[in-house]
Design a protein around this ligand. Structure first.
Ligand SMILES: [Zn+2]
Length: 322
């Protein structure tokens, strides 16, 4: 006999899409550049940027916090770094990496799928002498990666401090990482879409409100032009742009952020600095790298991600369990 609880169909349209997994061909895996010296043929540099919060962002600290409000005495607290609300470097990196993996011929790291159910070559890189684009940039088992993220820390600005909202009780964050398996078949990488956030449900959580800005920095060593381009593209900076999702409550449309670059500088080799702090020059440089990304970015995959992660503030999100 069917009970009401057996019906798992969402009332609102499903808040996610699957993005197919491209195969990883032999030529996609390369020997990664080292960390021990600057390579004159490759680019090192850094960028300063911020996450502009578009909906509500909750990066759970995994702890409960006492609240002064008698109505909500206990709330789920947001991660803090040095006393400031923040998104830890690891979460920030994971958010950018998941897009980089989906738009390039990169391996699938987090999965319960047997290797033979993945597209050809897509199983996790195991030889650190031959790494896929995402592993070269962000690291693999026993290899550090050429891109380093700082924590993203809330910009101290009047009126946009942490707030309290009531998030729908949905799946716990992180539970559905990796590609989704349906009837023994890997259907793709799962990406949650953007939409209207429900803030009057049942679970009190501490969030960064819309318009909050979290500052961070990325440093990179010995990247090819195309690898710099892949990094920038995965941050949603291509044209047309797209927006990333981080933290908890993704099914309820929490965690939509836009990455805005404030400063971007590259140099080749150890000393020869040719980057510039001139904002127009930086924009030109970034365009040049975004174009070079074509060597690593699969156009169909980028088109798909751009459509799934397009910002739509009017799209409805589920407000209950499902
Ligand atoms: Zn890999």
């Amino acid at each position: 006999m069917a009970r009401a609880g057996d019906n798992y169909e969402p009332t609102a349209p499903k808040p996610y899409e699957f993005v197919s997994i491209p195969q990883v061909r032999g030529q996609d895996r390369e020997h990664p550049a080292g960390h021990d010296r600057y390579d004159a043929e490759r680019l090192s540099g850094h960028l300063s940027a911020n996450l502009l919060v578009l909906t509500w962002l909750h990066v759970g600290a995994g702890s409960i916090r006492l609240n002064r409000s008698p109505k909500y005495p206990l709330i789920r607290s947001h991660v803090r770094v040095g006393g400031q609300v923040a998104m830890p470097a690891s979460s920030l990196k994971g958010m950018v990496r998941s897009v980089a993996e989906a738009i390039s011929h990169s391996c699938v790291r987090v999965t319960r799928a047997p290797r033979n159910q993945l597209p050809p070559g897509a199983a996790e890189c195991r030889d650190k002498e031959k790494l896929c684009p995402a592993c070269r940039l962000f690291g693999a088992l026993g290899y550090q990666g050429l891109v380093r993220f700082s924590d993203a820390v809330l910009h101290p600005e009047e009126g946009v401090g942490p707030k309290l909202v009531r998030m729908p009780a949905l799946h716990s964050p992180g539970k559905h990482r990796g590609p989704y398996i349906q009837s023994g078949r890997v259907v793709g990488r799962k990406f949650y879409k953007h939409g209207q956030t429900v803030i009057d449900a049942n679970t009190p959580v501490e969030v960064c409100p819309p318009r909050a800005r979290l500052d961070f920095r990325i440093d990179f060593d010995n990247l090819s032009k195309a690898e710099v381009g892949l990094l920038l593209t995965a941050m949603g900076l291509s044209d047309p742009p797209f927006y990333l999702k981080g933290g908890g409550g993704k099914p309820a449309c929490y965690g939509s952020v836009m990455i805005q670059v404030q400063q971007f500088q590259t140099w080749a080799g150890a000393e020869e600095l040719y980057g510039s702090y001139d904002i127009e020059q930086e924009a030109t440089n970034m365009k040049q790298y975004l174009k070079a990304a074509g060597d690593l970015v699969e156009p169909d995959q980028l088109t798909r991600i751009t459509s799934v992660l397009a910002y739509d503030p009017n799209r409805e999100c589920p407000s209950g369990n499902y």
